[in-house]
Design a protein around this ligand. Structure first.
Ligand code: G3H
Ligand code: 13P
Ligand code: ZN
Length: 308
């Protein structure tokens, strides 16, 4: 069905993860180096991994390049890979991803009201299931910026556990992204790491049982990684992420997919900046992109170790 036997939908992988109380890492990519870093890190730790691209990442790379690069990655990988659309805003972008080799999609209609969110999500599920493709949807709103949509901090709201159960039953989705206090990007807290509402997550789990839940905005934004960027010229301030301890608690309570983009950006950037600073005569991009790729792989492994 998919281009390679190692390219699979997220359905079974996430169900197995939630049963084992582990989580699968879902890492955003925007170029070849990051695909290679993610796949190499997952292979070293012998765990399936989700490679995800947002609509803006698709615009940047082109859907054809994505399909070609990820099929080569799957041929060379010893662990299963999922090619997932991150934050698809409507049916059309989900269809485009499905028609172009993605094995999983997210329809994010969480900014719509409950009934509208259900209607759009159902439409995507109906199309995706003909091709055996898994569908993630979202209920509740993360603080900060959701792709192109800004959500004022005060307006962010947690997922309602009762609605979660009804949403899953009525849509037929494979996994559900929940809002429990995370946000996208480097500034997840004003003066320190935000505390997740594990209580809300527990209540959701009580309602939905072993159904796979997804944590967006789950980067740890490690101080040492930010410090390295700043040492070599960045100006990244008030950078706070989700603690490893909160991630562990979230996984114990039903989170089966953990989304990470920011950590890879910071790791890659720090290494590239350091390389450029220390090699001012170099003009070979393989040198600095290679340094970025190595550090991105180390970050993928660092995060995966906290999920397994
Ligand atoms: O969830 C959002 C991801 O960090 C993707 O961001 O739209 O800039 O690719 P992007
Ligand atoms: P971070 O910004 O915390 O890495 O979150 C990424 C994400 O949720 C992608 O969907
Ligand atoms: Zn997200």
């Amino acid at each position: 069905m998919f281009a390679n036997k190692n390219l699979v939908s997220a359905g079974d992988i996430l169900h197995n993860a939630v049963k084992k109380k582990v989580a699968i890492g879902a890492f955003n990519f925007t170029n070849m180096e990051i695909i290679q870093a993610i796949v190499a890190g997952a292979n070293e730790l012998k765990t399936p991994v989700i490679l995800q691209a947002s609509a803006s990442a698709i615009n940047y790379m082109g859907v054809g390049y994505i399909k070609a690069m990820v099929s080569v990655a799957a041929e060379q990988s010893d662990v299963p890979l999922v090619l997932h659309l991150d934050h698809g805003k409507d049916f059309d972008i989900c269809k485009k991803a499905i028609d172009n080799g993605f094995s999983s999609v997210m329809i994010d209609a969480s900014s719509l009201d409950f009934e509208e969110n259900i209607a759009v999500t159902k439409e995507v599920v109906e199309y995706a299931k003909k091709y055996g493709i898994s569908v993630e949807a979202e209920l509740g709103t993360l603080a900060g910026v959701e792709d192109d949509v800004s959500v004022a901090e005060g307006k962010a709201f947690y997922t309602d556990p009762n609605q979660a159960q009804e949403f899953i039953e009525r849509t037929g989705i494979s996994s559900l992204a929940v809002a429990i206090g995370t946000s996208h990007g480097v500034n997840k807290g004003k003066t320190g790491n935000p505390k997740l509402s594990i209580e809300t997550l527990r209540k959701i789990k009580e309602k939905v049982g072993d159904f796979p839940l997804v944590l967006h905005g789950a980067s740890s934004v490690y101080a040492d990684a930010v410090e390295k960027c700043n040492t070599y010229g960045s100006d990244i301030q008030n950078a706070y992420g989700i603690t490893d301890n909160d991630i562990t608690e979230a996984i114990k309570n039903g989170i089966a997919k953990v989304n990470v983009d920011t950590d890879i950006r910071i790791a890659f950037l720090g290494a590239v900046r350091e390389h450029l600073e220390n090699n001012k005569a170099n003009i070979d991009m393989r040198k600095y992109l290679g340094a970025g790729r190595d550090m991105a792989k180390e970050m993928v492994k660092r995060r995966l170790k906290t999920f397994l």
